[in-house]
Write a protein that binds this ligand. Structure first.
Ligand SMILES: Cc1cc2nc3c(=O)[nH]c(=O)nc-3n(C[C@H](O)[C@H](O)[C@H](O)COP(=O)(O)OP(=O)(O)OC[C@H]3O[C@@H](n4cnc5c(N)ncnc54)[C@H](O)[C@@H]3O)c2cc1C
Length: 547
């Protein structure tokens, strides 16, 4: 059996950063196991290819969620990347870190070293910010290029004017001191191409020679000796493939993402005995928090029909598309270099809310049934709105002992009353934004939820009918102290009660943050790499004391 120092499961956002940082020690040998293929497909690299990879099963787990009490009986589609770069290879490219209070809350839950001043240096170390940014908050020398949307569109400008007319200020950098306000999006796109975690971190790491990346390697379970994880079993070639075992002399690191990391733990006998025993899985280590606590952002998309101007819906067809293709080929700009969202707006649902609890996005395009993936034929513009820090929690639980059967994903969207209230407030604000004076020359009428919807109950019914995931699941292997019964890993991301095993990915977040999750997942992995290597953590940022 082959032995490496570290075996990393999953070459996604977190796995790519880990491979890079751990591989900086020339003496270390690292094996990265990825269930999906290499990231060769052009649709991964072309930003507008998002709309294609969204449903492309060759690079996407293409999961479905269980219907929840507030999803109107619908089971919502849940894409996840299955290729080098993981979800960062099929995501919407948005770079958004979240707010100071998100991470301070993690620390208050008993996680030492995870407060905002502690984690900010890692955000800075990772990024190469191109464009505006205060040096206290932004990094210029990392590998992850972060640019600002460069598409000049009168609808985007009018939307931002509209926001300002409602008292929402323009914010030059929502990843700086303050998140609130309206801005063009910051994106992981460079020179008209996607900057995935694989591109920024994994591919450069492979060139060093001590990182062995194996694709089509579907991990079925962990190998233990007593309470110590000593290796990993995978099927080479995926389902029906050859069983292979690799050993880790130092550590096994699970970076399979929010849905698959708890699944691998459960398949390996780590989890709640009540869940595992009926599936005939021997309980190696009882840990009831595994898979529990799932959180995600739930967004209804409000749509208005547009007049007097062309939207992306028309530009992506016929001769216009050929013109755009030529523009991309010659300048790397234009429609094909765009992320699916262009303007961000952070605001609060009530005057007494301390920090923005609403995230709204604007796109001069509209989607069939409000789900990204298929554009509508007639001109449209969309505002998606969601509660940034939902209270509702669900779970990920194995459906069977077969590693190729997708786990049960229950998000429980909107089960908490506060989430329903904030989502309704978001839809009302979306209506005011779309109907604002600066957008009036282009606004034909509201298509969804439509003028008949007036009361809070009607808005809620509309949210139930059409809300979707914003693809930000987290919190299924939560970080917390040993005496918290929900906790799966400690603040060094070591699995409680076991040795030689860490979980490092979006699943370790103890609470949902006010952001899309890619930036913070990369940060988690970068910070974890210092812990694993026994290095002193980067010095915390000292903020001037406010007078
Ligand atoms: C469609 C979509 C749009 C999104 N848009 C944005 C956005 O615009 N901005 C943003 O910040 N975030 C966005 N996100 C979310 C963000 O990309 C993810 O939160 C982040 O990439 C998660 O990183 P991770 O390392 O936890 O998991 P992933 O990046 O998903 O990596 C997990 C990896 O593990 C592999 N794996 C899983 N199980 C196994 C197994 N058994 N054996 C071997 N390998 C396995 C997977 O194939 C995958 O490569 C989006 C996500 C999606 C799906």
């Amino acid at each position: 059996m082959e032995t490496f120092d570290y075996v990393i499961i999953g070459a996604g956002s977190a796995g790519s950063v880990l491979a890079n940082r751990l591989g900086e020690d020339p003496a270390s040998r690292i094996c990265v196991l990825e269930a999906g293929p290499t990231d060769w497909h052009p649709y991964i690299h072309l930003p507008a290819g998002f709309i294609k990879t969204f449903h492309m099963k060759s690079v996407n787990w293409a999961y479905s969620q269980e219907p929840g009490p507030w999803t109107g009986g619908r089971s919502i589609y849940a894409p996840r990347g299955k290729t080098l770069g993981g979800s960062s290879s099929i995501n919407g490219h948005i770079y958004n870190r979240g707010q100071r209070q998100d991470f301070d809350t993690w620390a208050q839950l008993g996680n030492r070293g995870w407060g905002y001043p502690d984690i900010l240096p890692y955000f800075k170390r990772l990024e190469r910010r191109v464009g505006e940014g205060d040096e206290t908050y932004r990094g210029r020398e990392g590998s992850l290029t972060v640019t600002t949307m460069d598409w000049q569109d009168p609808l985007c400008e009018a939307f931002m004017e509209g926001a300002m007319s409602l008292g929402i200020p323009r914010n030059p950098d929502y990843n700086g001191a303050i998140q609130e306000g309206v801005s063009y999006c910051q994106r992981t796109i460079e020179n008209g191409l996607r900057m995935s975690a694989a591109k920024a971190f994994l591919h450069p790491a492979r060139k060093r020679g001590n990182v062995d990346v194996r694709t089509h390697a579907h991990v079925t379970n962990l190998i233990f000796e007593g309470k110590r994880a000593v290796g990993v079993r995978y099927l080479k070639g995926g389902k029906g493939g050859t069983p292979v075992e690799v050993r880790a002399s130092k550590e096994v690191i699970l970076s399979g993402g929010t849905y698959n990391s708890p699944q691998v733990l459960q398949l390996s006998g780590v989890g709640s005995p009540e869940l595992l025993q009926p599936h005939g899985i021997e309980v190696r280590h009882a840990l009831p928090g595994v898979g529990e606590g799932l959180q995600d952002h739930y967004a209804p998309r409000s749509v208005a029909r547009v007049k007097n101007i062309r939207t992306i819906n028309e530009l992506r067809r016929g001769v216009s598309l050929w013109v755009e293709a030529l523009k991309w080929a010659t300048t790397r700009r234009g429609l094909l270099s765009l992320s699916p969202t262009m303007v961000y707006c952070f605001w609060h649902s009530g005057e007494t809310t301390e920090s923005s609890d609403l995230q709204l996005t604007f796109t001069p395009a509209s989607y069939k049934e409000g789900v990204q993936g298929q554009l509508e034929d007639e001109p449209g513009m969309t505002v998606a709105s969601w509660q940034q820090r939902p209270e509702s929690r669900g779970y990920v639980r194995i459906r069977s002992a077969d590693p190729f059967t997708q786990p049960i994903i229950q998000t429980n969207y909107l089960v908490e009353e506060i989430d329903r209230r904030v989502v309704v407030a978001g839809m009302k604000l979306a209506r005011r934004l779309l109907a604002s004076k600066p957008l009036a020359p282009y606004y034909a009428y509201e298509d969804f939820p439509g003028p008949k919807v007036q009361s809070d109950d009607e808005f809620l019914a509309a949210a139930t009918e059409r809300g979707t995931t914003t693809f930000h699941p987290g919190c299924t292997c939560r970080m917390g102290p040993a005496d918290a019964k929900w906790a799966v890993v400690d603040d060094q991301l070591r699995v409680h009660g076991l040795q030689g095993l860490r979980v490092v990915d979006a699943s370790i977040m103890p609470r949902m943050i006010s952001a899309n999750l890619n930036a913070s997942t990369l940060m988690i992995a970068d910070k974890a790499s210092d812990m694993i290597r026994g290095k002193t953590a980067l010095e915390a940022v000292r903020f001037p004391v406010q007078a």
